[in-house]
Design a protein around this ligand. Structure first.
Ligand code: CTP
Length: 420
């Protein structure tokens, strides 16, 4: 996504200036072509040499270089850029931008560029919440500038409040979202389920599975980077929520069904990558089940404990039945538009037969199948080896790829279906 993208990082002078170093380093590692513009005040905190070394490109500072080249440079920089990101943006630079001033290299480039502008304000909370700063930010937002809300936490002054620069992962997420805002999923709403569900046995134990949620979270990030509004219905996982994605956390299959039904009413795509538990304990013990037995389980003196399981609803199958008006099926709220439905199949044997059967039974547009018994595929891995089955019986056998590549391949196949 960031490979060969031309990004200008403007660095203003604040205590958070040093965090721009990490951002530039990460952007460069991701293959972006980063031009850094540093203000005179920023040079009090960080050195141009640091940025030049990390970006492998010259750093721009003074608008009035004796060579006179800078006068041309700022226009060339402004015209070539695909994005101008200002990290950190100080109250002073925000005020200058709001009033169209062009008194240093950064503000001049900001005025000259037609690329999208993203700013990450960072300052003491009194300066951030001051009506002057808020009015300037409102003006910039009105003009199409994307303003990243600062984080709340410990400030340089030692106090706690709003004004911290968000972490590098958040900055990178925001950059990718802005770069992808006009992508091939722009204006689309997509719902993605991810992770496994937990079905409670008692207050401390559950029936679960090995799903890490990585595939679903990667699909969500990829959709965001192509301009979609993403709703991630996630079971309990240990992954950070991608910036810009709307999260709906659920625990059980029944909660996941309710959330999916709620969000699909105005969605264009539903991808069910979650490993939904097919069964749940018939009864959830109100108190921790003791080894010695209790009123729910009875005495288990023989050293055994039997948990009676009942079947969970099959979310995709129920949805298909409901959309077909099958008598007795659980009604779905009316859908505003045609919903592209994509399922996953995690198999350990007879993959092709099981996948084809699931595609038909759940009436899917696409089914992505993987053999979870392979080392390079399935739960917890960073790579996946999948087969993609289409509604017209076509089958594609994809090579082992990072999950990011699999996510891109899936969206590449969903996009043409949206145009039908
Ligand atoms: N799925 C679902 N609701 C369930 C179980 C699964 O919507 N209760 C969805 C999954 O999210 C996935 C697809 O159906 O997209 C296939 O899931 P999988 O677990 O492979 O298959 P099952 O239908 O559960 O069939 P089986 O357990 O017999 O393999």
């Amino acid at each position: 996504m960031l490979l060969n993208r031309r990004i200008i990082v403007g660095v203003c002078g604040g205590i958070a200036s040093y965090k721009a170093i990490d951002l530039v380093s990460k952007l460069q590692q991701a293959g972006a072509l980063v031009d850094v513009i540093i203000t005179e005040n920023a040079e009090e905190f960080v050195r141009p040499l640091t940025f030049a070394t990390l970006s492998h490109r010259p750093v721009f500072g003074d608008l009035w270089e004796p060579s006179g080249e800078a006068a041309e440079t700022h226009i060339a920089l402004a015209e070539n850029a695909e994005l101008l990101v200002i990290v950190p943006a100080t109250a002073n630079t925000i005020a200058r931008l709001a009033h169209g001033m062009a008194d240093n290299m950064l503000t001049t480039v900001a005025l000259a560029t037609r690329a999208p502008v993203l700013i990450a304000p960072a300052m003491h909370s009194h300066m951030y919440t001051h009506p002057a700063t808020q009015a300037n930010l409102a003006l910039l937002r009105e003009r199409g500038v994307t303003v990243l809300e600062p984080a709340v936490g410990k400030l340089a002054s030692g106090e706690t409040g709003i004004g911290r620069l968000p972490d590098t992962a958040t900055l990178l997420g925001a950059i990718q979202q802005v770069l992808g805002q006009h992508g091939d999923l722009a204006g689309r709403r997509v719902v993605i389920s991810a992770g496994g569900t937990h079905e409670a046995i008692d207050p401390v134990r559950y029936v679960g599975n090995h799903s890490s949620g990585k595939m679903g979270y990667t699909l969500a990030t990829e959709a965001r980077d192509r301009g979609a509004h993403v709703i991630l219905v996630s079971g309990p996982v240990a992954l950070p929520v991608p910036y810009g994605v709307e999260l709906c956390s659920v625990e059980t299959a029944l909660q996941m069904r309710d959330a999916v039904y709620h969000f699909i009413t105005d969605a264009d795509v539903l991808i069910m990558s979650a490993a939904v538990a097919d069964f749940r304990p018939a009864q959830v013990a109100a108190h921790k089940i003791k080894k010695s037995g209790n009123e729910v389980t009875g005495q288990h003196e023989d050293g055994e404990l039997a948990i009676h399981l009942v079947q969970n609803p099959d979310i995709l199958a129920e949805l298909a039945a409901s959309l077909n008006g099958v008598a007795g099926s659980r009604p779905v709220p009316p859908l505003k538009r045609r919903l592209i439905r994509v399922g996953f199949a995690a198999e350990t044997q007879n993959l092709v037969e099981h996948a084809q059967e699931k595609l038909r039974r759940k009436q899917l547009d696409l089914l992505v199948a993987n053999d979870v018994s392979r080392d390079d595929s399935g739960f917890g891995t960073d790579t996946n080896k999948v087969l993609i089955f289409h509604a017209d019986d076509a089958m594609e056998d994809l090579p082992v790829m990072p999950k990011t590549g699999v996510a891109a391949a899936i969206w590449d196949r969903v996009v043409p279906l949206l145009a039908v």
